[in-house]
Every structure is written in C-alpha cells, then in structure tokens.
Design a protein around this ligand. Structure first.
Ligand code: EPU
Length: 420
C-alpha cells in the first residue's frame, strides 16, 4: 500500500490543468448501457473509480476500450446482474441500476452498503424506480428490480438532506426509455447531473429543466451512440485552490469551470483569498491575512460537502473561530482527529465542527479515511512544518488524477512511498 511523504512549508506556485470530473464521468459511463451503439467519452480522468466502473460495464457484457483519457464503450449485449465483488468497492456503482432498468426492464444489483462518511441509503433511488412501475425486492444483499413496462410518472425525490445526486441521475436515466413523461421534483441541480443530461440528450433523450429542481423527461423508444467531453472537476479545482491559499503560494487553475464554483469561491474570498478569473482559468493567492468564515454544506448551489474537509484545513490555520456545519453526510468529520495530530484545534458538536484556528501545524504520520479527508490531510501536510506521512493513499487515487505528480509540478515536496 502506498503512502505520501510530504515535506511541508513550501508555497505552491505555477499552473495546473484540471481533470475531468469523477462524479460526472461515473454516471456517464453507466449511461452507455442505455444503447447498443458505441459511445465515446473524452476528458475521462485516470482514476481507480473510473477503472472500477469500466470493469463493472465489462462484467455486464459491454466492450470497454480505454485510449488515454478517452473511453469507448459498446454495450451491444448486456446482462442485468451486477456483481457484488465489483459493486461493493465503489458506492457510485449504484448508478448502473437506472440504465439497466431502462434498457432491460430488470436489474439485480448488490446493495452497495454504507461507507465511512455515513449510512448512504438508496431508498430514494428505489422510490423513483417504483414510481415508474418497477417492483423491487431485496434478497440476500441484492436489490432485484423488474418492470413489465416502465411508465413515466410525477415523483418527488427530496430526502432528509435535500436532493440526491445519484438518485436523480439513476431515475433520469431509467426514465429516458420509459413510456410517457416523467417529472422529477426536488431533483439535484449539481453540474454533474447537468453533464449527464447533456450526454443523454446527445444520445437522443428528451430532457428539459436540468440544473433546476424540476426535471422533465419524455421517454423515447431507444437511444443511440454519442460522443461527449466530461466537464472539469470542480472539487479537484477547489482542492488545488485551497492548497494554494494554505501554502501561501499562487496557483493558476487551467480549464476550470468557475461558473460551477460560486459558493466555494465566495467563501474563499470571504476567507481573505484573492481569486482572479480569466475565462476558464482562475488564479488564486492570499489577499493579506486569512479570516475565519462559517460554512454550511448544502446541495448545489450551496457549499459542497466534498470541499468541507479541505476548507477546514484552511480555517484551522486562520486565527479566530469558524464553525463548519455538515448537513449532507452524518459522519463526515473523520479528518478531524487526524488534523488534531498535526496540531489543529477542532471540536465536534453534533453536525458542526468548531475550529479554533491559528495554532501552528506540524508534520506527523496520519491515516486517510476517505477521499476528501485524504485531500485535506495532503493540504495540511504541505502547510505544516516538518514531515507528514499520509497513509492509505489509495483513497486519493480513487478521485484525484496524478495528485502527487501535479503537486510536485507546483513545487510541493511530495513523494509516493511504500507504506512501512
Ligand atoms: N440519501 C438518502 N436516500 C437516498 C440517497 C441519498 O437519504 O436514496 C441521502 C444521503 O444519505 C445524503 C444525501 O441524501 O444524506 C445526499 O446524498 P446523495 O445521494 O446526493 O449522494 P450520492 O449521490 O450518493 C454523490 C457523490 C458524492 C457527494 C454527494 C453529495 C458520486 C459518485 N458521489 O453521492 O461524492 O458527496 O453526491 O454531493 O457522484 C466524493 O466525491 O468524495 C463523494 C462522496
């Protein structure tokens, strides 16, 4: 198992190109199951989650070819049963269910189970499928779904924490091949859902209202092959922007989508970070002293839960108190105890972390618990004095393309080593 050895205290400088969005490409790859024709997806980040999704598609019978940052998928003949051993590795694999139901009117997929950031139920996905006329049973850890016909319906997909990203994606994909009109209320507005809808539209789907809480899908008889460029990863962009500010450097993000990052950039500016936007590039540096800001994670267009951990590092370095409230996932504060090992002073009170910032950070061995927690620990390690060893970096490789290579190009002293 690899770990990252980071010698902190070096400001990051230079330019970094933002990769394609993990959370857009996973459902887009799954959507290729909706047609027997070939699809070409470009700007695909080289990530272990993407490889898993490729393996899952192949296990269902699709031909999957990777050519650099492009994937060609041809799902001429597919079966409707997803293998437990593959699916359990990645929660995002649940989004094969909608396309399988749409195309085959049946799907058997192993329940993905919980993960370190919370229970992660799929009740809303299933509610949506049922509304389209699907019978659902759960047996021996598998969800069995089948429908004689999928019929469009009006449905509400809001849950405890608001909308669901993959739930919206899943139901939208199934509804593209349903009979009649489906209206999803309380739909997720995330740019990744919009990107998926753009791909589905290129495949011949009829979808309006994406990016708003009401999405209307008029079912069609069949979809055809299409080509698509995946949007840049707003979470990766935010991670590099925060790293620039945390190390007191200056980094230009190339090929970003600042229009997908309003809440993030607003909080960064509030925290005393200067962000200059030129077309699709963003230059980030501190603007004098850092200031504490309070943050609450929310569905888009609110502040993303996937940037909460990274922003907490910046606040831990900022003199004063900031309150960071996590409203999407119930246990997404696993990074707090690891940040404490570096000297951060953070207390958890229910869904909030009270960050008493300004204590000096100093390097230590730490354990990555999930993808974004790992990114936060890498940022903290780069900002801390001394050496930090971030163990279990396979979490990072799930969602950040060549993160150590990209950071080294910006001047970071970061090495990948075999875990001792
Ligand atoms: N929820 C339910 N029932 C459901 C589905 C969700 O109660 O059937 C709840 C969840 O427990 C959570 C909230 O709704 O409290 C939102 O979850 P959502 O369904 O939106 O999450 P997701 O679609 O499973 C995606 C991303 C996550 C990201 C969330 C929120 C992918 C592959 N994953 O998950 O990304 O945090 O949306 O934006 O798109 C990450 O990249 O590190 C990551 C965890």
């Amino acid at each position: 198992m690899d770990s990252l050895l980071i010698k902190g205290g070096v400001p990051l400088h230079g330019e970094v190109t933002i990769s394609g969005a993990k959370n857009a490409v996973l459902p887009i790859m799954a959507a290729t199951l909706l047609t027997a024709e070939e699809c070409v997806i470009r700007n695909v980040p080289n990530l272990s989650d993407v490889k898993f999704m490729g393996q899952i598609l192949a296990s269902l019978g699709a031909e999957v070819r990777q050519e650099g940052n492009s994937y060609r998928v041809r799902a001429a003949k597919i079966k409707g049963v997803g293998d437990y051993d593959l699916i359990r590795k990645m929660r995002g694999s649940i989004c094969i269910m909608g396309p399988l139901l749409g195309r085959l009117k049946k799907a058997t997929v192993s329940l993905p189970g919980g993960c370190i950031i919370g229970a992660r139920p799929i009740n809303l996905h299933l509610k949506g499928f049922e509304a389209l006329g699907t019978k659902i049973t759960v047996e021996a850890g598998y969800v069995h779904a089948h429908a004689k016909r999928l019929v469009g319906a009006d449905l509400f997909l809001g849950g405890r924490a608001g909308s669901t990203v993959l739930g919206t994606a899943n139901v939208m994909m199934a509804a593209t091949l349903a009979e009649g009109v489906t209206i999803i209320e309380s739909a997720a507005c995330e740019p990744e859902v919009v990107d998926l809808a753009n791909f589905l539209t290129a495949m011949g789907a009829k979808i309006t209202g994406v990016g708003s809480p009401t999405i209307t899908i008029t079912g069609v008889k069949e979809l055809h092959g299409a080509e698509h460029d995946v949007i840049p990863d707003r979470i990766e962009a935010a991670t590099f922007a925060i790293a620039a500010a945390a190390t007191d450097g200056e980094v230009t993000l190339l090929g970003a989508r600042p229009d997908h990052m309003h809440a993030i950039l607003d909080k960064m500016r509030g925290a005393g970070v200067k962000v200059e936007r030129k077309g699709t590039s963003l230059t980030v540096r501190r603007n004098g002293k850092l200031k504490p800001v309070d943050i609450t994670t929310l569905p888009y267009s609110g502040f993303p839960t996937d940037v909460q951990a990274q922003m907490m590092v910046l606040m831990a370095m900022t003199p004063g108190i900031s309150i960071i409230t996590e409203r999407i996932f119930e246990s997404r504060f696993m990074h707090v105890s690891e940040l404490a090992r570096l000297g951060a002073d953070i207390e958890i009170e229910g869904p909030s972390a009270i960050v008493k910032g300004g204590k000096p950070l100093s390097g230590a061995p730490v354990m990555a618990s999930d993808l974004r927690a790992s990114a936060a620990l890498v940022i903290a390690g780069m900002a801390a004095k001394g050496t930090t060893q971030v163990n279990r970096v396979y979490h990072l490789d799930r969602g950040y393309e060549n993160i150590d290579v990209k950071l080294r190009k910006l001047g970071a002293r970061i090495e990948r080593v075999e875990e001792s």
